[in-house]
Design a protein. Structure first.
Length: 223
């Protein structure tokens, strides 16, 4: 079964609450793109500092709609080791760290309970797959970026991701492969044919006139 996962770039807490509420009952999982303005130019909630997140990370408060919908968090930030444990406490079902930004995989792996929360490593189209080689036996999935300039929605599709997915599928026949970036009606089928099992779509869903219909159509396209 191919997963269709809407991507949310949270401008602030109120926007996050609004966006997550839209997808309750529509999909089981959304992705939150978290950016610090350092690893990528854009900055999102909860940076630079948010009182809600401070309470969420200490479990004094819950994430918006946490009882109704699951979320995975894509940490497009520098030094993700410093905050992974906070996102575990916040209730993330999956945590994605970019291989280009992490400094200490052992800290990240140690902060994420194996068997309870999935750990994924993301890789850019310009980064060789060999960068993932030391970690395959200690991660749950890989996220391939489908665009060259990450951190923005609506970027052009980078064809190099298709070969990366094919090579990754040959290397790890059973591992889930997620694609994030320029996933839409034009690219989804080719990505799945190459070996992708999870499709993270931002603007293709959020800018649609009827996003529930768009999700249904994308599901039909790739199943």
């Amino acid at each position: 079964m191919i997963e269709i996962i809407p991507a949310i770039i949270p401008k602030d807490y109120e926007y996050l609450d609004e966006m997550m509420s839209l997808f309750v009952g529509v999909v089981p999982m959304v992705q939150l793109d978290i950016m610090d303005g350092k690893f990528v130019p854009v900055r999102t909630w909860p940076y630079p500092r948010d009182a809600h997140f401070e309470k969420i990370s200490t479990e004094e408060e819950g994430m918006p709609r946490w009882e109704e919908i699951n979320f995975e968090v894509d940490l497009m930030i520098e030094n993700p080791e410093l905050v992974v444990s906070k996102w575990v406490s916040a209730g993330a079902s999956r945590v994605i760290v970019h291989v280009e930004s992490m400094n200490d995989f052992e800290i990240i792996r140690g902060a994420i309970p194996q068997g309870l929360i999935e750990l994924g490593l993301a890789i850019n189209t310009t980064t060789p797959l060999s960068a993932l080689e030391p970690y395959f036996d200690r991660i749950d999935f890989v996220q391939c970026m489908g665009i060259e300039r990450i951190g923005f929605q609506g970027e052009a599709f980078d064809e190099r991701v298709l070969e990366k997915v094919r090579a990754l599928r040959a290397r790890t026949p059973q591992m889930p492969i997620s694609i994030d970036g320029s996933v839409n009606m034009d690219t989804a089928r080719g990505l799945v044919d190459a070996g992708a099992t999870r499709l993270v779509a931002g603007s293709a869903i959020l800018e649609a006139d009827d996003f529930t219909q768009t999700i249904a159509e994308m599901k039909n396209l790739v199943q």
